[in-house]
Design a binder for this molecule. Sequence first.
Ligand code: ZN
Length: 350
Amino acid sequence: MMRLKLARHLASGPWLSALGAVHRRVTWPILTSLTYHRVIDSPGGCLETDDVVDATVGQFAAQMAFLSEHFSFVTAADVVRWRAGGALPKNPVMVSFDDGYLECFTRVLPILEAHHARATFFVSPRYLDERRLFWWERIERILNRSTRPVVTLRHPRPIELRVEGSPTRAIGDALALVKQTPGLDLSRFLGELEEAAGAPYSEAEEVAEVERTLMTWDHVEALERAGMDIESHTQWHRVLHTLSPSELKFELLGSRRELEERLGRPVRAVAYPVGYPVAHLDHVRASLHASGYEVGFTNHSGTSFLRRSTDPYALCRIAMTPTYDASLFPSLMLAPILAPRRSVPRLPSV
Ligand SMILES: [Zn+2]
């Protein structure tokens, strides 16, 4: 990957310290935002197989130390205030965590506090309330324990998922169906999948796993009390471009209202589940506006210009990965143009 090669090259030469010195002196009119999901203790190194693990605890601590030297931490609420005419500090960086995994409270918060850093946590209220596994986790668990070599589905269309040997491809195909099928009935899909795989997942089993991995409202409220920002990640983490107008309203307005009730303050920012850019879709845009959101974040890699003309519903974030090691992370932060672009599938325009 050309961009990463360049970033690696930058890290190995004298350019990085020169760039760091310039960065500290100059005020760049850009907002750098980072997306994390999980950080884990991993003495043996990184777990690259798990898509939602974005750093080890050690990596994350080193990354926050670097950012605290070169950037000013801001939150999504600060960006909302900036949109309304407020000022942002020099070289702002928004560290954000999506989904609300338990380490946000147990591992991330102490590191943030040690660096006087503030971060934004995008959470999905229905999962916090109902203690269910996220849909991608259920798909993975069901197909991993399938008792049938081929899982045959009728919804959203007749399809055969071959799990014999390795379920990896079938998991990818099933995830793609949820991410890209307009009009998908998610609970019907998951129910059929479970039945067709002959792999029931008991409620008790699910609740026990959720307790090990997901924050509770108490944790979320403790983050807020510690000065962190809590914002919306929709109700059920549904992929926005696949939803009908009434589903969009439920996901967007519903989550904002529930968070506001819980937190007792305005919630005006949303991170789009899965992170596809949606600002070009008129019906999604209209729903974001009608639901009271002032800013929306994608996972489309890159930074956003701090200009009044910047589309507030298309703010970019850089998706973190454990491969951004101690040499690569600083060069990507100082030269974010080198962060790899995330491939975004073609989305329907209606
Ligand atoms: Zn998410």
